[in-house]
Write a protein that binds this ligand. Sequence first.
Ligand code: PBG
Ligand code: ZN
Length: 322
Amino acid sequence: MVITHRPRRLREDPRLRRMVRENGFTPRNLVLPLFIVPGEGVERPVSAMPGVSQLSADRALPLARRAQESGLGGVILFGIPPHKDAEGSASWSENGVVQNATRKIREAVPDLYVIADLCLCEYTDHAHCGVLRQGRVDNDATLERLGRQAISLAEAGVDMLAPSGMMDGMVGYLRDHLDQAGRTDLPILSYAVKYASAYYGPFREAAENTPSSGDRQGYQMDPANRREALKEAALDEAQGADMLMVKPGLPYLDILRELRDRTNLPLAVYNVSGEYAMVKAAAAQGWIDERRVVLETLTAFRRAGADLILTYHALDAVGFLR
Ligand code: PBG
Ligand code: ZN
């Protein structure tokens, strides 16, 4: 018997296997999401996300420090305001919860890269990602509010804005708005391809943004669609996005791969709350090996084409790498 090709030759010696490994991740590829609440000394665990808490800005500082010391790419901030209204006006308040936290983090951990999620859903009393007119999200009226939020966050000193509301024309509007305010330097990471996903379940507890009526299917994408993802990504690229995101992660690796082949922009992926919760729940039962599952999952995102991975596992993953 003549076997010409024996791929196993490259696998059996661990020293060689390491040499021919194609993908992996380092801490700088990871971004840690933080949920900021008003007040001081507040630390409220999110029940469906073991290891994740809502934190007041002072309590977020130790994590910000750890993120910096671990060499993470950065953090992304979500804010839960003290008061919500129909317009989401707390999102553009000079003393907004994310604005204040940004200034505190800037001061305490000056080198940490701070990304701000940009959306209205944590700030509106109905929890939709935009303002409502006759029960539906009014796209263009929402853009105007997002513009105010963008300027306010920029003034507070964030390093990057990540608009997540899936409004039409959002990236172009924000780019123009920032440019006109003299902030041509501020990059936009667009949640370009965001599906209406059941995997966001635990996040809605963390961010307190469950819609009081209806759902987000009027603006987030149908999980069945692939071409639409390519269209959304192309639109955001044309409107000046600096980086594109696919969200959620694991169920949409095919989309990530395809975007990698079509755009030269850096790509991010959001390993969302439901993906995290499933791993934590199974690991707690002893049904899976958490360390190996996390390393395999984050490597899969890199293999599929992600430069940046937003993940609640970020700090654990740095430990697992060692
Ligand atoms: C809303 C937003 C969501 C997430 C980030 N920003 C979800 C939603 O549409 O309710 C989800 C993140 C996660 O599940 O980890 N703009
Ligand atoms: Zn939103």
